[in-house]
Ligand binder design. Sequence first.
Ligand SMILES: Cc1cc2nc3c(=O)[nH]c(=O)nc-3n(C[C@H](O)[C@H](O)[C@H](O)COP(=O)(O)OP(=O)(O)OC[C@H]3O[C@@H](n4cnc5c(N)ncnc54)[C@H](O)[C@@H]3O)c2cc1C
Length: 602
Amino acid sequence: MTRQYISMENLRFLLFEVHEIEKLTTYSRYAHVGGKEELNFLLDAAKGIADKEMFPFFKEMDSQPVIHKDGRIHSHPQLKNIIKAVADAGWYTATTDIEDGGTQLPYTIFAAAHLIFEAANSSAQGYIGVSTGSLELISSFGNEALKKIYMPPMMEGKWQGTMALTEPQAGSSLSDITTAAEPVSDGSYHITGQKIFISAGEHEACENFIHLTLARIKGAPAGTKGISLFVVPKYLPSDDGSLQNNNLICAADFQKMGQRGYATTHLIFGEGGPTKGFLVGEVNRGLSYMFQMMNAARIAVGQTAAAVASAAYYNALHYANERPQGRLISDKDLTKEQTLIINHADVRRMLLMQKSIVEGSLSLVVECLKWYDLEKILDGAEKEKAFLLLEILTPIVKTYPSEAGIVSVSNALQVFGGYGFTMDFDAQQYYRDIRIMSIYEGTTGIQSMDLLGRKVTMQSGKALQMLAGEIMQTIEEASGFEDLLPYSKACGAAVEKLQKVLQYLQSFAIKGEVELYMADANLFMEYCGLVTVAWQWLKQAVKAHQALQKNDIPDHQKDFYFSKLETMKFYFKYELPKTESLAITIMHTDKMTIKKEREILM
Ligand SMILES: Cc1cc2nc3c(=O)[nH]c(=O)nc-3n(C[C@H](O)[C@H](O)[C@H](O)COP(=O)(O)OP(=O)(O)OC[C@H]3O[C@@H](n4cnc5c(N)ncnc54)[C@H](O)[C@@H]3O)c2cc1C
């Protein structure tokens, strides 16, 4: 039997009880999908693929990593079967409109399937995630010719899509992109330049690679306003179906500490002959197109982090239930057998910490996915609300699961003691795999500046007010249960303190001291993450409490809900109070990190 890497019971609880995702099927766009039963069937089918094709190769794709040898990329042979299984099951076209050949599922269900894949094997899932993301870019902004040529083979999983933004000198700062595009008489462009760190940029499981590439058309304005988006294929498809060389060189694969089964390539355009690219949408709008995909991509990174932390948690939980070591402090009778480490309070603390981070993060992810779907189907004021909530929650959902997930997986490794540090156990792989989540798709530093610099201030603070309103609504609901009252009060107090922190910071912004305003954006982000996840735990606690009040539920379900309530209490005792020290540090008058005349870093 496959070792547990995700709890389907928890996933269903979050999707259907806490966030009531089945309600999406009451909208005409999703009416054809059916209801909860059909959605559950789809999730089970995804779990089947993950169990059979992905999880068994999780370790092997790490120990036999992608390499660049003899001028080409070598990838694990199972990758082809994985891509085929996922494409055959329709997951590449799950969110595509029916009239374009897709199944038009709610994005939340598509993402929930991805979550299962990510928990099973995050390296393998990466190829699928980046391809479906680039498919959506072409579908949303490409012209009919591009859609007709490129989408069908990508939808079948025969061609791989990628997102090619980063350059050696332009990582966080995309305004510094220099890859050039020169128009040619046939309406295409010649692309020259280099892209680095391009995920899935080449491998052995697909025939062609379609790079959604950001480049600057000669003479375009400087900065982000002069960036356009191009489809740049590795091989140019001809009318007769053959593929022609497009002078696109994959020069290397970066050898990484984690996600070693996922290719991270260095691409060179236009060396040894012209590389043709085809404009997507309008000239100079490339970055804005990419940004429209960013919300989904950033939720996806937070989701992957939560998935990896989930797999590490169940791995550690399993080990703690099997490993005998020592005796309880209260029982020093050496004639008795050693106790299992799960009985030691400190091990229980480490496991509860992981559970509270994993299940809190997953709930936040589903919250965002729900708003992502709603934003697409609602109108008027409701649409605007969905938009604003998504705007403010996106940097948080990218960051909290990634940063707290790293801590969570570190604790999973710790549960294994010395064995955790060895290659014989999987904990170290999860530890290595999760580390990238706070770096790509915008580092934590960049997300934090986005939150404090843009999202908090947008529309005179309307997005933040919307979020506070949602949190207050849950607090009110939780206050209706006497048992939950202390937790709803604690959450309310943390929100109130957040307002004080923000007022303090804004006093710098008002004076034009922007460096001071932004200096501790990272800490502000941490604070917001802790409060947002406290809100998610309150939401879960309300549902668990309501469920336990029903008399007719079986014992195992009672255990599940009881465990939810206890984990919520753990979060409020051990995690949420961290906001106190963050507030003290943020509101400390000594701003040590601002560079002064005399350098202190030496
Ligand atoms: C495994 C992997 C896969 C990737 N996949 C892709 C992909 O598919 N496509 C793609 O286009 N890119 C990809 N990337 C690139 C990734 O998005 C970048 O690495 C990331 O955006 C950071 O850029 P950088 O590495 O140049 O770091 P830098 O931008 O140099 O950042 C270095 C440090 O400085 C901080 N920093 C930078 N600017 C500021 C600032 N203004 N204020 C405060 N702090 C700042 C950062 O937070 C960071 O801590 C991938 C990277 C990796 C490692």
